[in-house]
Design a protein around this ligand. Sequence first.
Ligand code: ADP
Ligand code: MG
Length: 255
Amino acid sequence: MTPEVLVRAEQVHKSYQRNEVLKGVDLEVRRGEVMCLIGPSGSGKSTFLRCINLLEQIQHGRLWVDGELLGYRQRGDTLHELSEKEQSRQRADIGMVFQDFNLFSHYTALENVIAAPMIVRGESRAAAVERATALLERVGLGDKLHAYPRRLSGGQQQRVAIARALAMRPKVMLFDEPTSALDPELVGEVLDVIGDLADEGLTMIIVTHEIGFARRVADSLAFMDAGVVVESGRPADVIDAPQHPRTQAFLSKVL
Ligand code: ADP
Ligand code: MG
């Protein structure tokens, strides 16, 4: 695998009981690349992100981040599952932002951001606070450090969630429909923050229905349907000239 490839999925299969949700996902994301992942509801997008974040275990195939096999150690032809501790170490390098924010409701914005660096990375409180403050300022929340989530709008909560993920200095950020739970007038402020991160060269996989955003910000666009990546390429190419009938059908509905 070339060093430019940061995330690589090879024939990833995931089933829930008899329901095969991922049926051989192949994907490559280069270092510094922003990939948007689109596709109909139920096609397996969230499941795929959860597999990269080791929230789900895959049954077949391989996933790598930064050259490291996720969840397993390979010896010869056999795979040995990593311990929970080793999986946690891998997970710490992968940032995840969920549709419904998932903030700790009994923690302030600042406490949400410092928790993992202190607990998982062993950072001192002072160092974690300094960095969390800078991150919250960067997402436009310098005046909300001590606010609890219930006092924040959805857009503000999602920006706290982004700062929280960034605080772990992730190698890659995964976004699962980060604006789908927001009132329309709050979508822009969150997309602007994600767009800034793209400009800074952060590697990201973004599941989104915001096709205009994908066209503007993504380096590549992948269309997923029924558990496989059907088509991928430069956003303008995929959006304006989809090759596969399933991509054409999907885009004709959402555009
Ligand atoms: P998408 O994000 O593209 O809408 P999902 O990955 O959420 O798709 O879901 C794909 C399929 O996997 C759906 O049929 C869903 O019902 C199923 N699924 C997702 N999570 C679970 C789970 N924890 N247990 C059983 N089935 C699940
Ligand atoms: Mg989903």
